[in-house]
Write a protein that binds this ligand. Structure first.
Ligand SMILES: *Cc1c(COP(=O)(O)O)cnc(C)c1O
Length: 433
């Protein structure tokens, strides 16, 4: 995108909105009134898929066909050897952690910039989360800081492919291999994302996906574990099926391990099979729009769109993330910027708060159960060891647009950029109130 084009589109957007010298939050005309595309997308094919399951009378995976078919088709889509469907992304992570035997006394390397489930599953197993600071430009776990956080207790590395971009897998997988530590990819936001041409979630020891309502592939709730080891797949299956193997009759009727019921239903699988038909096209559209939006936003002072690593050959763009620098906006605080932007018709959020500083986490790891498992010295140093200054700064600067905003026409991107540019131009006025 050339500067000339940008000026032209921006001018066009301004002309369309009739935006004058006044911000919408101060009574001016908003840049945009139209809503962004709604989510989820569905039509008669979802209806048929659901009714078919309803009429079959086989509503759960034991006895049904849809879950197994989904597992086969999703594996094909990812180029993965095995997929096990689970009730949701959180249970995909719980299943992998159990199947890999991670528990009390172990440490698990996690990023502080993620959805809380990544940490909750570690705590549920009474393992100790150890945070690796964030690479502020990419919003991903800083691979250069992983090594320093590894100890003899480290039982897993859990990189999160934040927003569907990729964590630096070259370096993280190499560390895992050298140290013989399994890597669990949290790919819950990363459907169809890629690292050097291979699908995210297929490169580590295990990969976990979510099909929760907001995700790029969704069935309301749902999840999956991806892996290449036959043995790991069987352990995952058994765990997610209350310790029972694939057939629950005859000689197979015995408990192989403990477990839980974390099965996906046939309804969800049928919905996913139908939704999957759209996922490639939707994903391509997000990529195209994200590329264009990046080129527009880069030209606005104080706005720094997310950078993806060279190895990230495809992002899922579950979120469009950028950093906001108040200094280029007359010192206007991010929260006020977000309100002004919303008034212009572009709703964005400030994203995550730093999880390593979340009181419930430090209370848990310094509480009674952890005191019985870990040496006092280790727990007393936990807070100090887990400082993440880059992530703290990032959490103050981040701005997120949701994936659905990338699903519309190209003009939507020009309007998003124009709304941001308008607030930047008139930030001086905003700073006065
Ligand atoms: C959504 C999400 C999860 C949890 O998935 P659920 O299906 O909501 O349980 C875990 N990790 C990340 C990074 C997520 O975005």
């Amino acid at each position: 995108m050339k500067r000339r084009d940008f000026v032209a589109t921006a001018a066009a957007a301004t002309a369309v909105s009739g935006a004058n010298g006044k911000l919408a939050i101060q009574g001016g005309e908003p840049v945009r009134r139209k809503p962004f595309p709604s989510w989820p997308v569905q039509d008669a094919s979802e209806e048929k898929a659901l009714v078919d399951v309803l009429r079959s009378g086989k509503w759960g995976r034991l006895g049904g066909k849809a879950v197994e078919e989904f597992e086969r088709r999703y594996a094909e889509m990812l180029g993965a050897r095995h997929v096990l469907a689970t009730a949701n992304g959180t249970s995909a992570l719980i299943t992998s952690i159990h199947a890999l035997g991670i528990g009390p006394g172990d440490e698990v390397i996690v990023p502080p910039y993620t959805f809380v489930a990544t940490i909750n599953v570690v705590l549920l197993n009474h393992a100790l989360p150890v945070f690796v600071d964030t690479d502020i430009e990419t919003f991903q776990m800083d691979a250069g800081n992983v090594e320093a956080q590894i100890s003899e207790r480290t039982a897993a590395l859990v990189p999160v492919h934040m927003a569907g971009g990729a964590a630096d897998l070259d370096r993280i997988l190499a560390i895992g291999e050298r140290r013989k530590i399994p890597v669990i990819e949290d790919a819950c936001q990363a459907h169809l994302g890629e690292w050097r041409g291979k699908k995210l979630g297929t490169l580590g020891t295990a990969g976990c996906f979510s099909f929760q309502a907001s995700k790029n592939l969704n069935s309301g709730e749902g999840g999956a574990v991806v892996c290449s080891s036959d043995d790991l797949l069987e352990r995952c299956y058994t765990f997610h099926n209350n310790g029972r193997g694939r057939r629950n009759t005859g000689a197979d009727f015995r408990y192989r391990s403990g477990g839980a019921n974390l099965r996906l239903t046939e309804f969800q699988a049928a919905l996913l099979l139908s939704q999957m038909k759209r996922v490639e096209e939707q994903s391509r559209r997000r990529e195209e729009n994200a590329r264009y939006l990046t080129s527009l936003l880069r030209q606005i002072p104080g706005i720094q769109p997310v950078r993806n690593y060279d190895g990230c050959t495809r992002s899922a763009w579950h979120l469009f993330m950028l950093r906001y620098d108040a200094r280029a906006f007359s010192g206007v605080k991010r929260e006020l910027f977000l309100r002004a932007l919303a008034a212009e018709g572009v709703r964005a959020s400030g994203g995550y708060r730093p999880l390593n500083k979340e009181p419930f986490i430090s209370e848990t790891v310094t509480g009674k159960a952890y005191r019985r498992i870990y040496p006092a010295k280790l727990l007393d140093q936990w807070e100090e060891r887990n400082r993440c200054p880059a992530n703290d700064a990032l959490c103050e600067q981040a701005v997120w647009l949701t994936q659905t905003m990338l699903l519309g026409p190209r003009e939507d991107m020009a309007q998003i950029a124009e709304a941001v540019a308008k607030v930047q131009r008139l930030a001086g006025e905003l700073a006065k109130v």
